[in-house]
Ligand binder design. Structure first.
Ligand code: N01
Length: 554
């Protein structure tokens, strides 16, 4: 394929005077895009191998998701003791988490602690967005450009851009006319937001909305929640960290972490393999109540067929609906909150603190925008098909262009002028979620086709970073100039990812896993459902077999 004019000009400019037409040539072994947990660890590992690395980060600090998502109530749904790096023994022993589930401020403190401890910031250029990256075949270099005018070159380009970083606000007519402030949960102001005396409209009831609404309701004069799809949410029962538990985990980290790495979702805990349909009603009730009382995602592990059998799934779903009806005093509101249009777990399960009970407050109104959609944002509020709701402030908890959005936000061009946007026009295509054919030496940490968002991200990030670092080390030791995915292996992997997803109930929900939340986005199931443990085994086997399914060139 011939290079388009813009790419040709870009590559010509970059190769002049050894790599940079605008600034002195900047040549690195690797460029890492993003300084969240993936980017920070990648930088650390590559530096440890003796590579020169340049990190770029849009924010003015490290932390990625936890840098941006400063909305009230933001908290991880993976327990603190499990949501941390395992690669450094001293680090995992010295850090003290204060609560069962870590709050956003505490996770951000942790990210900054890691950056300090390993002196990472000196190699990261902050407040700088990578806008373009083109593979220069003649020099075997990635030419990278930023919005700050950087022009750098690197042998390896590694994206650590996160799966949920391209925040999305739907294109509501009149949004620009709104007189008050509007905030997306994923772009929350650093100085915080004062809700006192305000009438707040919250649009969206995914994980972000479900976490933010109870906290906003405690502070605002009135909260109007605009719900299009009711979501299943399980209680977090968050509490201060039990020091004895933390000590026990730390003493047993080696074994516990090993178990997480081979588990389905990268977390501790037991999932039953038995069928919900074979248990008696009494047994099921006992199991569900125990898991509900424990809190968190473990509820979904009550039975082995919840994710695959509609009848089994319905039993779990109905238990949760029953809880909603128990908690919410107004039966009409309870019915609106009880999800009925998708199986439980097929949209990302939410974990909350007091979400359903919030609707018992006199200052909270639930508006069903499934039956009467939002038609317009007016200067003074939100107008749906059947009423106008006054508001002084709008909180958009409307989600993300997930997984592909952050990658396609960069204009990436591979071999022969192949643009990633064009290649992925019908949906992402990768081999193992690590590379995409035609883009040599470009690695995508937690890319589409890997377990990523279906797992404890920390576990998946570490696995990818370590796999990539080992790969780079072996390429360099063996004098191999490039690695690229073999198109046939990629096709087979894409097929496998779809096939495994097709055996589950996941495709039955209009979720962001499928890109269904973005008008016009191809409906393709993006993460790999096969489980963290099995996936790791596959990746390790591929490496052990001399990178089977990849093309290596001297
Ligand atoms: O985004 P979402 P999120 N009109 O896409 C609604 C992770 N996360 O930021 O479902 C009206 O889930 C949309 O409605 P519908 C976690 O993986 C983790 O909440 O499309 N409504 C939905 O209700 C999570 O899954 C944590 O019908 C519109 C909401 O906006 C992911 O991030 C915390 C609309 C978007 O929900 C994303 O969560 C937070 C429209 N035009 C996030 N467009 C934890 O660790 C969209 N919506 C706990």
């Amino acid at each position: 394929m011939p290079l388009d004019d813009a790419t040709t000009r870009f590559l010509e400019q970059m190769s002049e005077a050894g790599g940079d037409a605008l600034e002195p040539a900047m040549r690195y072994d690797a460029v890492v895009v993003g300084a969240g947990f993936a980017g920070m660890y990648m930088l650390h590992r590559l530096r440890g191998l003796g590579l020169t690395v340049r990190g770029f980060e849009t924010g003015d600090g490290v932390g990625g998701t936890w840098y941006w998502n400063r909305y009230p109530g933001a908290r991880c749904d993976v327990e603190s003791m499990q949501y941390s790096y395992s690669f450094d023994e001293e680090l995992q022993q010295e850090w003290e988490w204060s609560e069962r589930y870590p709050s956003q401020p505490e996770i951000l403190l942790y990210a900054n602690h890691v950056a300090d401890r390993f002196d990472l910031r000196r190699d990261i250029r902050f407040e700088t967005r990578v806008t373009r990256a083109a593979y220069d075949e003649s020099a075997n270099l990635w030419r990278v450009e930023t919005d700050r005018g950087d022009h750098v070159s690197a042998t390896y380009l590694i994206t650590a851009v996160g799966c949920l970083s391209a925040a999305r606000i739907p294109d509501f007519p009149g949004a620009g006319s709104f007189r008050g402030p509007s905030h997306h949960t994923g772009r929350w102001p650093h100085e915080g937001v004062n809700f006192t005396g305000r009438r707040v409209a919250v649009i969206g009831t995914g994980s972000s909305g479900i976490q933010a609404i109870p906290v906003i309701a405690e502070r605002a004069e009135h909260v109007t929640v605009f719900q299009r799809t009711a979501n299943y949410s399980l209680p977090a029962w968050n509490r201060p960290m039990d020091p004895a538990y933390a000590q026990w985990v730390k003493a047993n980290y080696a074994e516990l972490r090993a178990g997480m790495r081979t588990s389905p979702a990268g977390v501790m805990g037991t999932s039953n393999t038995t069928s919900a349909l074979e248990a008696t009603e009494e047994e099921r009730l006992r199991e569900f109540e125990t898991r509900w009382a424990k809190g968190g995602v473990s509820f979904l592990g009550a039975y082995g067929d919840t994710a695959i059998d509609p009848a089994a799934n319905e039993i779990s779903a109905e238990f949760v609906r029953g809880k909603i009806r128990e908690i919410v005093t107004d039966p009409r509101v309870a019915e609106l909150l009880a999800p009925k249009d998708h199986p439980i777990g097929t949209k990302r399960i939410c974990i909350d603190t007091g979400y359903y009970a919030t609707y018992n407050r006199p200052n909270v109104t639930l508006v069903d925008v499934r039956t009467a959609p939002i038609e317009e944002i007016t200067p003074t509020g939100v107008r749906t098909a059947d009423a106008e709701y006054p508001a002084d402030m709008i909180v958009y908890a409307t989600g993300y262009d997930a997984m592909t959005g952050p990658l396609l936000g960069i204009d990436i061009t591979g071999k022969g002028g192949l643009s990633l946007r064009r290649k992925w026009a019908a949906g992402p295509r990768t081999y193992l979620g690590l590379m995409t054919a035609g883009f040599p030496n470009l690695f995508t940490i937690t890319g589409p086709g890997s377990p990523s968002v279906l797992s404890n991200m920390m576990v998946s990030i570490e696995q990818h970073v370590e796999w990539i670092a080992d790969c780079v080390e072996r390429l360099r030791a063996g004098g191999i100039a490039t690695i690229d995915a073999d198109p046939a292996a990629e096709d087979a992997w894409v097929e496998h990812v779809n096939e495994v997803a097709g055996h589950t109930l996941y495709p039955r929900a209009d979720s962001w896993y499928l890109g269904a939340n973005i008008p016009g986005k191809p409906r393709v199931f993006m993460p790999y459902v096969g489980g963290v443990g099995a996936y790791r085994q596959k990746c390790d086997q591929v490496a052990a077999d001399g990178y089977a399914g990849f093309v290596l060139s001297a």
